[in-house]
Design a protein around this ligand. Structure first.
Ligand code: NAP
Length: 815
């Protein structure tokens, strides 16, 4: 076709990017790669190799090692050795290294982009203009944090050796999102790329070595999921950072449970793309193209659920079908194609199976009549309409170029549909009405919300999920905390013989209620029960209620004398408390929706009322624990101080305007996590309860508190303080009883968003293990007591971090 003909038809001609440099690089390595450990290639003599293919052409690209235990051990040892010096290398020096890496990545950007497209099948336009520039951006951005760490993050230390496991959809980008913050903060890394896409991680390894990064700081180990397991379970790994499917995320949560390893999970999604009647419909159509056909829809945050307001739905879908007819599917190295190849035939088959399911579920299938390549792994852009919101195809992640579409009538219905998913990774909201779009953005439960835009990313803004899309953030200041631990804290190494039986089958948390305590009972050292027999109560929904089972527990003093009784809670009490905690969110205004000023006033009021009864609370602590009156008074005083501290924080942690590359505003909002179950320790029974409760409710969470099992009377006395402090019903619920028994019900409860557990090492293991079912956030102490009176350990950012999750709302401005 000549230029005149092109002008006549206005058709695109082919504009292929050359693969010569990438092929030359592969040839230089004889198309056979070892593992990258200590900045050198290791070719284990007895290793198996896996062949990588170009999914667009089927041609062989190279063979890579399937690492085994010996190789994983070697890589972890290299990273451990490097950690000794890298972790104490001054931040500004580390910054220079990251800067050099970023510069070097830019120098090799074309080679990186071409190889990425050949290995993964993504259009060169995307690898060249998005993946590789963003990769470099992450190293520049985090070079900045390395520079500033000593002043801005001086209360923190690196975590140690980090195992990082990444998926195949953005091989380079995922690697950059993980490696840059980890090494900036002084950690060293063992990274395993996904099996379909190993090659650019190996090229990256060469590039960082060329940039002079010291040996062992970053090690790349290729291997199957078995090698992944070896990394995850390796005793000398301090943290696992994982991006991939929710199912594998759950496995990793269970495998790391109780080990003291930090864990961050970036998992799947089924993100809503919401179009209101007043949206710029043509703009929204282009948004859809980016949302679901970017990277062939193999994007965790793909806008794969289209929700359109009913009165414009028909027009919108007609326009969309026309636009789909203009999409070009073809050679990923051709600069003028829109949709490249699916990563592998297995993934193609999965996508196709989902499409057939959608049809079986009653959906109408639309695939435009466009030219498709004669060979290679290509799937046409696909739209399925007319499905039920509960259909599997609407609920499950397809991870391909398949859009499902539903309609709604009102904004309230749009929000309900948008949140009708177990995921919570991202959302896109289209409306010309700023009030509406921002209101909807604030009500959708997702880590990133794009207003009149989609799939915007930047290193300065954290990315990550709510609910079963995982926890932890990558990018922004918020993402750094995944690679840091408080300076005072040693890596927990619980001395725990991990129970052989699966938690479901173990006896942990089983409990037989005490028999009722009688006056003069011999189990109480012969001392008489209290003269006035108070009926022990729970505190649920703002009311003191009798325990469901009517059982009680004796509270004994240091000489085993009876100092009181409390109710012995059961599953039903916990379920009632969870219901009350949820109701406190949906009340109007819900606790989270109240402004911080209001929450702070209530916290100050609790402090005031505790202060009025300080002597009584001090006496109780001394009676229960046997500590001196002076120590007990100091504990009460500190508890009052904590209430004032979190009253202060109630209106001072709203969020920040992130300095991203977007022309517009990216607002990082610190949202509450939701309903939090909190099991309190035995040490400092009042102070610990107040510190944990106040941090959580200050930031808009509602809580179910399980007080110290041994010393619960400070909590039951606290009911009256709460009753007189204007705390709305259900914001704080208190269930006394056997800590592990009650925690078990909490952690198994689907409507609990997070569990904080301060108990035993074994209990910590079970909490982390069971939390995998709905990917709850957890905070556990692995049986290690902390000093609640200390300013480092008993209060501060660590508490606020666990009480919040960051949502980033992107609002482009201007033309
Ligand atoms: P995947 O099957 O979960 O695999 C991800 C990585 O984990 C791969 O390196 C894989 O190795 C490894 N792996 C698999 N099973 C493992 C195990 N039992 N133990 C340790 N490692 C194991 O996910 P994928 O199919 O590659 O990627 C697609 C998923 O990633 C989608 O669900 C997508 O939404 C999600 N994702 C999320 C984000 C985010 O930021 N939230 C970003 C991108 C993708 P092999 O490749 O060798 O099997």
């Amino acid at each position: 076709m000549d230029v005149i003909e092109v002008f006549k038809t206005m058709q695109y001609g082919p504009a292929p990017e050359s693969s010569a440099a990438a092929n030359a690089w592969l040839e230089d390595h004889q198309r056979k790669f070892g593992l990258f450990i200590n900045n050198t290639w290791k070719y284990p003599g007895d290793a198996d190799y896996l062949t990588s293919y170009n999914p667009a052409t089927g041609e062989k690209l190279a063979d890579t090692v399937q690492a085994g235990q010996k190789e994983v051990d070697e890589a972890v040892a290299a990273a451990r050795e490097a950690f000794q010096s890298w972790s104490i290398t001054p931040g500004p020096v580390r910054a220079r290294y990251l800067y050099a890496v970023a510069r070097n990545l830019q120098k090799h950007s074309r080679l990186l982009a071409v190889l990425e497209s050949m290995d993964n099948g993504k259009p060169i336009r995307e690898s060249r203009d998005i993946d590789v520039p963003l990769l470099a951006r992450h190293f520049y951005y985090h070079a900045g944090w390395a520079q500033l760490m000593e002043t801005e993050l001086r209360d923190y230390q690196p975590v140690g050796v980090v195992g990082q496991i990444i998926p195949w959809n953005f091989p380079l980008l995922m690697l950059g999102w993980k490696i840059a913050p980890a090494i900036a903060m002084g950690n060293t890394v063992v990274l395993k790329p996904a099996s379909y896409t190993r090659l650019t991680a190996l090229l990256f390894a060469e590039i960082i070595a060329e940039a002079g990064l010291p040996p062992g700081v970053v090690n790349v180990v290729t291997g199957s999921s078995k090698a992944g397991t070896m990394i995850v379970t390796h005793p000398d790994i301090d943290k696992i950072a994982f991006t991939g499917s929710t199912d594998v995320g759950r496995i990793l949560r269970r495998q790391t449970a109780g080990s003291g390893k930090k864990l961050s999970l970036e998992l799947g999604g089924k993100s809503p793309f919401v179009v209101f009647e007043d949206a710029d419909l043509d703009g929204a159509i282009e948004g859809i193209v980016d949302a679901i056909w970017f990277n062939q829809g193999q994007v965790c945050c793909a806008g794969s659920r289209l929700l359109v307001q009913e009165n414009v739905a028909e027009r919108f879908i007609d326009k969309l079908k026309v636009r789909m007819g203009h999409l070009r599917v073809g050679d990923p190295l051709d600069k003028s194609i829109d949709i490249g190849a699916i990563v592998d035939q297995t993934q193609w088959d999965t996508i196709d199976k989902w499409v057939q399911t959608g049809v079986r579920e009653g959906g109408s299938l639309f695939q435009p009549k466009i030219e498709m390549p004669a060979k290679g792994c290509f799937y046409p852009p696909t739209l399925i309409t007319g499905l039920d919101p509960a259909a599997e195809t609407v609920q499950e992640e397809i991870f391909g170029p398949v859009l499902v579409s539903l309609t709604f009538r009102t904004p309230a219905e749009a929000i309900e549909l948008a949140n009708n998913t177990r995921y919570g990774l991202a959302a896109s909201v289209w409306s010309e009405n700023i009030n509406l779009s921002l209101d909807v953005a604030s009500k959708i439960k997702a880590g990133s919300v794009w207003v009149n835009s989609t799939n915007l990313f930047d290193a300065a803004s954290g990315f990550g999920g709510y609910r079963e899309s995982g926890f932890g953030r990558e990018g922004g200041r918020e993402g750094l905390f995944e690679y840091l631990r408080p300076a005072w804290q040693e890596r927990p190494r619980p001395d725990l013989e991990l129970p052989g039986a699966e938690p479901g089958k173990s006896t942990w948390g089983n409990h037989t209620p005490d028999r009722p305590i009688q006056p003069g009972d011999s189990s109480t050292n012969g001392k008489k029960a209290l003269s006035v027999n108070r009926t022990p109560k729970m505190y649920i929904g703002g009311k003191q209620v009798r325990p469901d089972g009517s059982y009680t527990r004796a509270v004994l003093g240091p000489k085993r004398e009876l100092v009181g009784q409390v109710g012995d809670g059961n599953r039903k009490d916990i379920r009632d408390a969870v219901e009350a905690a949820h109701a406190a969110h949906t009340a109007k205004p819900g606790w989270a929706m109240r402004h911080g000023y209001n929450r702070s006033q209530i916290l100050y009021f609790i402090g005031e009322n505790l202060d009025a009864r300080r002597d009584e609370f001090a006496r109780r602590i001394a009676d229960m624990t046997g500590c001196s009156q002076q120590a007990a008074r100091a504990e009460v005083e500190m508890a009052i101080g904590r209430l004032f501290t979190y009253a202060a924080w109630a209106d001072k942690l709203g969020g920040v305007v992130q300095e991203t590359t977007l022309r517009g505003i990216t607002v990082g909002v610190n949202e509450p996590v939701g309903v939090i179950g909190i099991a309190c320790p035995d040490e400092s029974p009042l102070l610990a309860l107040v510190s944990l409760m106040a941090a959580a409710i200050a930031r808009g969470n509602t809580v179910i508190m399980i007080p110290s099992e041994k010393y619960p009377l400070s909590a039951t006395d606290f009911y009256q303080v709460l009753d007189t402090s204007d705390v709305p019903p259900g914001v704080v619920n208190i269930i006394t009883g056997a800590r592990d028994h009650l925690t078990k019900t909490l952690v198994e409860h689907e409507d609990v968003d997070a569990v904080w557990y301060f108990g035993t090492a074994e209990g910590s293991y079970h909490v982390e293990y069971e939390s995998a079912a709905n990917v709850k956030r957890t905070w556990v102490n692995y049986g290690i007591p902390r000093d609640w009176s200390s300013l480092e350990q008993g209060v501060g950012h660590e508490f606020l971090h666990h009480a919040t999750q960051v949502k980033n709302i992107w609002v482009p401005t201007g033309e």
